[in-house]
Ligand binder design. Structure first.
Ligand code: MG
Length: 194
């Protein structure tokens, strides 16, 4: 395929999983001390509440929890900006949550029925020389790049929520990087197929 494909992560990039989850756990999303700890450590919440407790709480909330997650302020714009230029697909992990796959499918049907979705815990499995992942989990972006794709580590949401200009810059930077990735891919593709 002459075009690259862009994979867009959902939680933390497009939708506010964190706010909905903290609310369910009776934790204060606006607590700046908690925000700072989450900013510094991607797995802080897992350690704070314990994975069994997190699993139990989210499983009880059912697929509706995932279906009804709110967009982050830039979420819709990011989907539009990317999908207007490149074949785009949601690529999201269900984590350890039994209801997540169903709820994420429902979310996609509700908001973007024309954009395909892949639900896969290990995103590197769908990496390739013309595949580009935008994700806020450094473990995912690192493994994806290691297996031949290109990735963009999206900033932790608390680093963007207070600064609208930063969001604009981030979206423009990712679009510029995509353009360069597409150009390079065309050169490689032409070499391969003549
Ligand atoms: Mg994420």
């Amino acid at each position: 395929m002459k075009n690259i494909t862009v994979y867009l992560d959902l939680d933390g990039v497009l939708v506010n999983w964190l706010q909905a989850t903290l609310t369910l756990l009776d934790l204060d999303y606006s607590d700046t001390d908690l925000q700072q700890k989450i900013k510094n450590d991607y797995n802080y919440l897992d350690e704070l509440v314990g994975i069994p407790n997190l699993k139990k709480t989210l499983n009880l909330a059912g697929s509706e929890f995932w279906k009804n997650l709110d967009f982050l302020p830039w979420g819709r714009n990011l989907v539009k900006a990317i999908s207007a230029k490149y074949p785009t697909c949601f690529l999201t992990s269900p984590g350890l949550f039994a209801e997540a796959a169903k709820g994420k499918m429902q979310w996609q049907q509700k908001h973007f029925p024309d954009i395909p979705i892949i639900i896969c815990r290990h995103k590197n499995w769908v990496a390739g020389p013309n595949k580009y992942l935008i994700d806020d989990d450094e473990g995912q972006t690192t493994r994806f790049a290691l297996e031949g794709g290109r990735s963009w580590l999206w900033p932790q949401q608390f680093n963007l929520l207070t600064d609208e200009q930063k969001v604009v810059t981030e979206i423009n930077s990712v679009l510029a990087d995509l353009d360069s990735f597409q150009r390079n891919w065309l050169v490689d593709y032409t070499k391969l197929v003549g």
